[in-house]
Ligand binder design. Structure first.
Ligand code: PA5
Length: 474
């Protein structure tokens, strides 16, 4: 029996949200009043009903349940990679990269790539989510392409960055391996649309699909993220079990027992009060890139010019990533004494997977010796508590999400809760949280600048843009 099949274990791994420090009873006049929450209940109930009605379109909500066959194929592909390659390189960007990075950082050894092969178990993982030529070239200084499998991920099948990476690696592989280059590429893309599927079909590449109705930033729990996770030996079944557990929590019609609904309304009320910045501050290196993944989810989903009635609203909350305790020594001064324009969300961990004791020494120096006998676990948890207190005392809104332990079940839960929170926030803002017209504009302008056929008009538009004035450059 898997541990996630045990009800008591599942309950012990439930993510908890403490929002006392968002409330005026705790934080003072800038806090949210109980009456505001009561007044928001109607809007939240309407949002919940609307999400239920749209559930059929939000295919990412089905991912915890409908992937049995895909999982079987994915595990077979993961075994093939683990047995035959030393490196697994993901080429993708945005929603096609941030999830794999976040899950790997959370659930693999924190120095996974540096471990010796026998301890690592799987191939080294590289997620290449930029086209910086220096970084691109440096990859080939550290991998042997003959010992590397490349997973090219692009839902649209046309993103310039990812397609450029594909062109580069196919060229290198062909030179080295001739026709055998196809054994080294796995494509993950839409089953019908885009160019990657055409390339995959005509070259008979191993292929996984990004299901319809699963947008890039909501795609971690489909082959986009699960394949890399399985290759690294992460328990993908437990990850999905965590998401399924979160789905139950997020379906709760009592919105105050529903973590996604509650967090969405708190952020919406905070935004209404001018808190247009949302800081996510995990106190665990393992969760560092969850904050990165969340930043894209929150920014790209909620940063919208128009609401669903067509009215111009330019809404959104700017996500900021911080790491506890590291950023206590860089950003916390601003969070305590700076403007009242932020909500700080602490991510704390009950039980770390390691316990490191601080040894005794230098007893003659009481200011050093007081640390002795405590553990790094106590130190990081005390610092989180202390920072939360300092932020509270300074009157800045904050809340704390507790992860009982970082494991596949809690990470699946966390990802899913944040996704549903984002969908709730989209409803409350009355926007389309699932498109990204602002990103498309940039993509199209890049196509035009690089001469992609069909973008001649866009090129003319760019050429007609006002020229830079030398007066404003120094
Ligand atoms: O969330 C999104 O839709 C975007 O961030 C995309 O994931 C990103 O632009 C990459 O797109 P694609 O997977 O089509 O290459």
């Amino acid at each position: 029996m898997n541990r996630y099949e045990n009800k008591a274990w599942r309950e012990s791994m439930r993510i908890r949200v403490d929002y006392n420090n968002m409330m005026s009873d705790f934080i003072g006049e800038r806090g949210i009043r109980k009456a505001q929450l009561e007044a928001a209940e109607g809007a939240l109930a309407a949002a919940a009903a609307s999400l239920e009605e749209k559930r059929g379109q939000m295919k990412w909500r089905d991912l915890p349940y409908n992937q049995d066959i895909i999982l079987r194929d994915m595990k077979a592909a993961a075994s093939y990679v683990r047995e035959n390659f030393d490196n697994f390189v993901v080429f993708g960007i945005g929603g096609s990269a941030l999830g794999p990075i976040a899950v790997q950082q959370a659930l693999s050894h924190l120095r996974y790539n540096e471990l010796p092969k026998e301890k690592r178990g799987g191939p080294k993982l590289y997620v290449e989510d930029n086209v910086d030529p220096e970084r691109m070239a440096s990859l080939f200084d550290v991998i042997d392409i003959e010992r590397t499998a490349f997973n090219v991920i692009t839902k649209s099948g046309s993103t310039s960055e990812t397609m450029a990476q594909l062109l580069l690696v196919v060229n290198l592989l062909k030179k080295r391996l001739g026709d055998k280059w196809t054994d080294h590429i796995i494509a993950t893309t839409d089953k019908d649309k885009g160019n990657l599927i055409k390339i995959a079909k005509s070259n008979n590449l191993r292929t996984f699909y990004v299901p319809d109705g699963v947008g890039g930033r909501f795609s971690e729990l489909c082959p986009v993220g699960l394949l890399a996770a399985a290759v690294c030996g992460i328990d993908v079944d437990e990850l999905l079990a965590g998401a399924a557990y979160a789905d139950e929590l997020c379906k709760n019609r009592n919105v105050w027992s529903n973590p996604a609904a509650t967090m969405a309304v708190l952020e919406k009320l905070a935004m209404d009060a001018g808190c247009n910045i949302g800081v996510m501050m995990p106190y665990a290196d393992s969760l560092k890139y969850i904050a990165d993944w969340y930043a894209q989810l929150w920014a790209e989903s909620l940063g919208k010019a128009y609401d669903l009635t067509g009215a111009r609203i330019n809404c959104g909350q700017t996500p900021v990533k911080a790491l506890g305790v590291t950023d206590q020594h860089s950003q916390v001064q601003l969070y305590t004494e700076g403007p009242f324009d932020k909500v700080i969300t602490f991510l704390r961990v009950d039980e770390y997977r390691q316990n490191v004791v601080i040894p005794r020494a230098f007893d003659e120096l009481p200011d050093v010796a007081f640390l002795s006998g405590h553990s790094f676990n106590e130190l990081i948890q005390s610092e989180q508590r202390a920072t939360e207190y300092a932020v509270l005392k300074s009157g800045h809104l904050n809340k704390t999400i507790t992860v009982p332990e970082v494991n596949a079940f809690t990470i699946g839960q966390l990802l899913y809760i944040f996704e549903v929170q984002t969908a709730f926030a989209g409803e409350l803002l009355n926007i389309n949280a699932f498109d990204q017209p602002g990103v498309e504009e940039g993509k199209n302008a890049t196509y035009a600048l690089l001469g992609k056929p069909g973008y001649e008009q866009k090129k003319a538009e760019l050429d007609a843009a006002p020229r830079k004035n030398a007066r404003y450059t120094v």
